[in-house]
Design a protein around this ligand. Structure first.
Ligand code: CA
Length: 229
């Protein structure tokens, strides 16, 4: 699954340019033109990263940042702030805005791409890399292969995406609805118990002989991937 980036920018031309370039880099992109729209869009689907302009109509970038940092669900979303030269740059740099990085306008799209990759790698290592390892499980996204303890694990495409998603967030419990949204997509109608079927298949493929089951079922809550270090 390509990382999902929300770009919050009120200058249409810049927003369109950023969307074009980020999509070319392989990201999925949503746009919001002001702070209010940004907060609504974040509530609809949690982005993997937010590119946030400092000066925005309705709710300012700094206020959006403050509100996102104040809520448990959005506290850890990486934020890259955009500022104009001279425009509050010292405050962005000096104050605790809660942003993970900032970039001063005008900037090149290459520079922004590099910053985004760096932030993702630092905060969500699973998203920026072609390979992720958790415990004895390794996913190779380029070759589309999974290994457990050196043994090849054969997975269907849905089980592959499910494992990939769980491995990006080890230890975190996801509801069936959250998994449906992340793995199947929010525009697809699938029953929640479909998740149980695919978790069952994933377990069957991953766990042979006496291997410990890395997937934890949390009663009436959902599933989590637990990997001992
Ligand atoms: Ca602006």
């Amino acid at each position: 699954m390509a990382p999902y980036i929300l770009v919050v920018e009120d200058e249409d031309a810049l927003a369109t340019l950023l969307q074009y370039n980020l999509e070319k880099d392989g990201y999925r992109v949503a746009l919001a033109g002001d702070g209010e729209e940004a907060l609504v869009t974040v509530d609809e689907k949690l982005p993997d990263l937010i590119v946030l302009d400092w000066m925005l109509p309705k709710v300012s970038g700094i206020e959006v940042c403050r509100r996102l940092r104040g809520r448990a669900e959005t506290r850890n979303v990486p934020i890259v702030m955009l500022t104009a030269r001279g425009e509050e740059t010292d405050r962005v740099r000096g104050l605790d805005t809660g942003a993970d990085d900032y970039i001063v306008k005008p900037f090149s799209t290459t520079e922004l791409s590099a910053r985004i990759r760096a932030v993702l790698r630092r905060i969500r290592p699973g998203l920026a890399d072609d390979r992720i390892r958790q415990g004895d499980i390794v996913i190779d996204r380029v070759a589309h292969r999974v290994k457990r303890g050196g043994r090849e694990v054969h997975l269907g495409p849905t089980e592959f995406r499910l494992l990939d998603y769980l491995m990006q967030h080890p230890g975190r419990v996801f509801s069936r609805e959250q998994l449906l949204d992340a793995v199947w997509g929010s525009d697809v109608y699938v029953e929640a118990r479909t998740v149980d079927v695919h978790i069952g298949r994933l377990r069957k493929a991953l766990n042979v002989d006496d291997e410990a089951d890395p997937i934890r079922t949390v009663r009436s809550a959902g599933y989590a991937l637990d990997i001992e270090a």
